[in-house]
Design a protein around this ligand. Structure first.
Ligand SMILES: [Zn+2]
Length: 105
């Protein structure tokens, strides 16, 4: 089921608008009622945010930049592989935005 495309109606009768918000230190998709401001977080994103929080607490998301031959190497932690369903051979792209590094699919 693709929650992203759901049109939701709030219990108060107000219309829910799609939003991006921060939850547990992660940007998540969700909906916000234009009338009462009630927020709902996309369940798939909420699940990932919880898994990432758990992994971060166990220090599983911290990796070291290493040198292998002439290449600079970082490993992708298993919780990230599972949350994003990454496969061997898949191409990823680095981005730098506002001083932060992003690895995107
Ligand atoms: Zn409402």
């Amino acid at each position: 089921m693709e929650f992203e495309n759901l049109k939701l109606k709030c219990e108060c009768g107000g219309k829910m608008e799609k939003i991006r918000t921060e939850w547990k230190g992660m940007e998540v998709r969700g909906w916000k009622c234009s009338k009462c401001s009630e927020e709902i977080i996309n369940p798939a994103d909420a699940q990932k945010a919880l898994e990432m929080e758990r992994a971060r607490k166990k220090n599983l998301l911290t990796v070291k930049l290493r040198k292998v031959g002439k290449s600079n190497v970082v490993t992708v932690p298993q919780p990230i592989i599972e949350a994003e369903n990454l496969k061997e051979g898949q191409k990823l792209e680095w981005k730098i935005e506002a001083g932060k590094l992003f690895l995107t699919q």
